[in-house]
Design a protein around this ligand. Structure first.
Ligand SMILES: [Zn+2]
Length: 707
C-alpha cells in the first residue's frame, strides 16, 4: 500500500521577517511615521500620490537580509515541496503578508526610543497581529526579526506557535526572551557572521536560505531542529559547505595554468580593512532631475568600475591619509563626491569584483549596489572581463556559474560569457566565435528556465562587420532583447560604425545594442544614430594618469597636469634618485619648492614665473629622455582651468586637482574629467556644437580609446 504520510505533499512554512530601510526606490515624498500616524484617510491619499512606486511588500525591500531570504525562497520554489507563507513586520504598516501592496516609506523600530517604540507598536497592534499570525497550523516556522522588531512584538511565554519554529536573534535578546513552547532560539552574533562569511545585517537572510534548502532536501530534519542536542548551526554550515564544495569542484575543473597572473593580482589588491568609516560608507541619494535626463533615451553611458576611490579627508599639505589608505572602508567613489552621478550606470567585471579575497567576501555579503554605495535602482551591468583571460584557451567561468553570480550579487544587467578575438589569437578565431555564440545561447536558455529578473545581454564577438552581423542575427532568433558588441576597443571609429550599421541591418529596433569599451566623444552621436543604445568606457577617467599632456579635461579642450612626483615615494622619484648629481636633500628641496610655488600661484599670492621655473627645475630630473614641458605648463598655468571649473572637486581643492601626484590627486582629476565628459556627451547627443572637439588635432587623439 502506498504511504500517505504528510511528507508526500506540501509542507507549510511560515516566515516572519523585518522590513528594511533599503527599498527599491526612495522618492523624496515617501511616507514617514507622521503619515502613518495620521490615520487611514490621510494614508490612502498619500499612497495615491506614491502609486507609481507601489509594490508587493515581498518585492519592495532591498536590504541584504531580505534580498537573501527572497533568493532562498526562489531557490526552493521550483521543486514545490515547501509552501512558503511570508509575513513582514513593517514599522509603518505593521504585520503584513508579502503580497500586500505598499509604497515606499521611511521608518524603522530600530531608531525609536523604547517608550516611543512601545506606543507605536501597540498602536499598530503589532503584539496582537504577531500572535494571530503564528497561531495557525504550520509545519515549520522561521522568525527572522531584528532585536528591536522582536521587542515590538512583546513576546511572552503565552504566545501560541502553531508549529515547530526556529527564532534567530542576537545573544543579548536571546537572554531576555521567555521560553516559548514550539520555539527554539538560535543565537547569532559576530562569530556566526564570520563563520558563514556573511555580514551581520545579511546573516538571518543567509541562514534562512540554508534552512529552507536543507528542509526542502530532507523535510524529516524538522523534528531534529527542535531537539536541543541537535546543533542547528553546524547543520547549516554543512548545507553551506556542500554548496561551496560543488562550486569549488566546478572551479577546479575549469582551472587553467595561469596561477602567476592571479597571484600577482592578489598582491596588488587593496588590503582587507578591519574598520569601516561610517562617514564614507553610505548609499548616495539621487535627485529626480537626474533620472529625467533626456539623453538617456538616445544613449546610456556606463563607466567601468576599477576600484577608483579616494580618501575624502586626505591632507594635501602633508600628503597624509586620514585613515591609512584609499581602501574601501576609508574612501569614497566618484559618485559620492558629486550631487549626482556623472554616468548613467556602472559596469563591473567579475575579475574586478573578485580581485581579492576581502573584496569578494564583501561584495558577496553586500550585493553589488550596496558595495558601490548606489541605490538599488541605479543600473549596474556585469560582465566577465574578457580582457582578463584573453590568452587562456577557454573562459575561466561557466555560464551556470556566471548566472548564479549575477543573481547573487543582484546585477541589473548581465553579459554572457564571451571570448575575445584578436590578432594574437587568430588561429582560434572560429573556435572563439562559436564558443561565444554557444555560451550566449546557453545563457539565455538557463536565464529563462530559472525565471531570473535581471536583463540578459548577449555578448557578440567577430572580426569584420559581416561576422558580427551573422552572430547578431542568431542572437535575435534566440530571443535576446539586448546585445553587446565586444572586441572593438582597438578598432577605428569608422570601422566600428560599419560594424554597427551591418549589425543593425540584421537586428530589429526593439533590440538594444551596447558597444563595449568604446565612448568616443566625437563619434557618439553618429553611433547613437546608427543604432547604439549604450556604451561604456573609462578613457576620460584614466587619461588623468595615463596622459600627461591631456591629463586635465576642460570644456574647451585638455590641459597638461603639473607633474610633481612625491620624492622618494613614486616610481619616477625613485628613478631620479639614481641621478649622480642629486642628493636626497636636494630632491626634497626641489619638490617642496615646486609645491609651494604652484600653490602660491593657485592662491594668487605668488607669480606664474616662479611656479613655472620651479616646476621645470624639478621636472627636468623626473626622467632623462622626456620632452620639454615649458609650453604645456605655461598654457596650464596661464589659463587656470581649475578656477573655471564648477565641479565640486575643483571648487573644493582647486589647483591640487591639476597636480600630477599620487592617487588622491590623480583620481580626483579623473573624476573631474568624467564630470566634464558626461556633460560634453549630453551636448553631443543633443546635436549641439562642442568647442572641445573643434581643437586642432584633438579629434584623432581622442579616437584612441585607452581602455
Ligand atoms: Zn572640475
Amino acid at each position: 500500500m502506498r504511504s500517505r504520510g504528510s511528507l508526500s505533499h506540501n509542507m507549510r512554512v511560515l516566515i516572519i521577517t523585518s522590513c528594511t530601510g533599503e527599498k527599491t526606490s526612495s522618492p523624496a515624498n515617501q511616507l514617514t511615521l507622521e503619515d502613518f500616524a495620521q490615520g487611514r484617510a490621510h494614508l490612502a491619499k498619500r499612497e495615491k500620490e506614491l502609486k507609481d512606486f507601489a509594490q508587493p511588500a515581498g518585492e519592495i525591500y532591498t536590504g541584504q537580509q531580505h534580498v537573501r531570504l527572497m533568493r532562498g525562497i526562489e531557490a526552493v520554489k521550483e521543486d514545490k515541496k515547501l509552501k512558503i507563507d511570508l509575513h513582514i513586520l513593517s514599522a509603518g504598516y505593521g504585520m503584513i503578508p508579502a503580497d500586500q501592496v505598499v509604497v515606499p516609506y521611511e521608518c524603522t523600530f530600530a531608531t525609536m526610543k523604547t517608550r516611543e517604540m512601545r506606543q507605536w507598536a501597540d498602536k499598530l497592534q503589532v503584539p496582537q497581529e504577531f500572535r494571530e499570525t503564528v497561531d495557525q497550523k504550520y509545519d515549520f516556522g522561521l522568525v527572522l526579526l531584528g532585536d528591536d522588531y522582536l521587542k515590538a512584538c512583546a513576546l511572552d511565554a503565552g504566545v501560541k506557535f502553531g508549529g515547530p519554529t526556529l527564532l534567530f536573534c542576537g545573544t543579548g535578546t536571546a537572554k531576555k526572551l521567555h521560553p516559548m513552547k514550539h520555539v527554539r532560539v538560535v543565537e547569532i552574533s559576530n562569530p556566526e557572521a564570520k563563520r558563514f562569511s556573511c555580514g551581520l545585517v545579511a546573516l538571518k537572510g543567509e541562514l534562512a536560505t540554508l534552512v529552507l534548502k536543507g528542509v526542502a532536501k530532507d523535510p524529516a530534519v524538522v523534528k531534529h531542529l527542535m531537539d536541543s542536542s541537535f546543533d542547528v548551526l553546524a547543520w547549516l554550515e554543512d548545507q553551506g559547505a556542500h554548496a561551496e564544495a560543488q562550486g569549488a569542484q566546478r572551479k577546479e575543473k575549469r582551472k587553467k595554468p595561469s596561477a602567476g597572473s592571479a597571484a600577482q593580482r592578489e598582491q596588488t589588491a587593496p588590503r582587507a580593512r578591519g574598520t569601516v568609516n561610517p562617514k564614507v560608507d553610505h548609499v548616495i541619494q539621487i535627485p529626480q532631475s537626474w533620472w529625467d535626463k533626456p539623453h538617456r533615451k538616445k544613449l546610456r553611458y556606463f563607466i567601468p568600475e576599477w576600484d577608483d576611490l579616494v580618501d575624502p579627508d586626505y591632507d594635501f599639505i602633508t600628503d597624509q591619509h586620514a585613515g591609512d589608505n584609499c581602501g574601501w572602508g576609508n574612501a569614497v567613489y566618484a559618485h559620492q563626491m558629486y550631487p549626482e552621478p556623472n554616468y548613467d550606470g556602472l559596469l563591473m567585471s567579475r575579475a574586478v569584483a573578485e580581485k581579492s579575497k576581502a573584496k569578494k567576501e564583501r561584495i558577496n555579503a553586500m550585493g553589488v549596489h550596496r558595495m558601490l554605495r548606489v541605490p538599488r535602482e541605479f543600473p549596474i551591468m556585469g560582465d566577465c572581463g574578457a580582457f582578463d583571460y584573453i590568452m587562456e584557451e577557454t573562459p575561466p567561468y561557466t555560464t551556470e556559474d556566471v548566472l548564479d553570480y549575477y543573481t547573487r550579487l543582484d546585477f541589473d544587467l548581465g553579459i554572457s560569457v564571451d571570448h575575445l578575438i584578436v590578432s594574437a589569437t587568430e588561429a582560434q578565431k572560429q573556435f572563439r566565435y562559436d564558443l561565444t555564440i554557444n555560451n550566449a545561447e546557453d545563457f539565455l536558455k538557463q536565464h529563462r528556465k530559472a525565471g531570473l529578473k535581471w536583463e540578459p545581454i548577449g555578448a557578440v564577438q567577430g572580426w569584420d562587420p559581416a561576422s558580427y552581423a551573422r552572430a547578431a542575427e542568431k542572437y535575435v532568433k534566440m530571443g535576446y532583447k539586448y546585445i553587446a558588441l565586444g572586441g572593438l576597443v582597438r578598432t577605428t571609429s569608422r570601422e566600428i560604425l560599419e560594424v554597427v550599421q551591418k549589425v543593425r541591418e540584421k537586428v530589429p529596433a526593439n533590440v538594444a545594442i551596447h558597444v563595449l569599451g568604446v565612448a568616443r566623444l566625437d563619434w557618439m552621436n553618429t553611433f547613437a544614430e546608427a543604432g547604439v543604445q549604450s556604451a561604456d568606457s573609462a578613457s576620460f577617467l584614466r587619461q588623468a594618469w595615463m596622459r600627461i599632456n591631456q591629463s586635465y579635461t576642460s570644456f574647451d579642450g585638455p590641459y597638461a597636469a603639473l607633474r610633481i612626483p612625491e620624492a622618494g615615494n613614486s616610481f619616477r622619484a625613485k628613478h631620479m634618485e639614481k641621478h649622480p648629481d642629486l642628493s636626497e636633500d636636494k630632491i626634497l628641496k626641489m619638490e617642496q619648492q615646486a609645491l609651494s610655488a604652484v600653490r602660491a600661484y593657485g592662491a594668487k599670492t605668488g607669480g606664474m614665473a616662479d611656479a613655472l621655473e620651479s616646476l621645470l627645475e624639478y621636472d627636468q630630473f623626473v626622467t632623462s629622455d622626456r620632452v620639454d614641458m615649458r609650453d604645456a605648463y605655461t598654457r596650464t598655468l596661464s589659463d587656470r582651468p581649475w578656477d573655471k571649473c564648477s565641479c565640486a572637486i575643483c571648487q573644493k581643492w582647486g589647483i591640487e586637482v591639476i597636480i600630477f601626484r599620487g592617487n588622491n590627486r590623480n583620481r580626483r582629476r579623473g573624476f573631474h574629467n568624467t564630470y566634464v565628459f558626461y556633460r560634453l556627451l549630453q551636448q553631443v547627443l543633443a546635436g549641439q556644437p562642442v568647442a572641445f572637439l573643434a581643437k586642432e588635432g584633438l579629434k584623432d587623439q581622442l579616437q584612441l580609446s585607452l581602455t
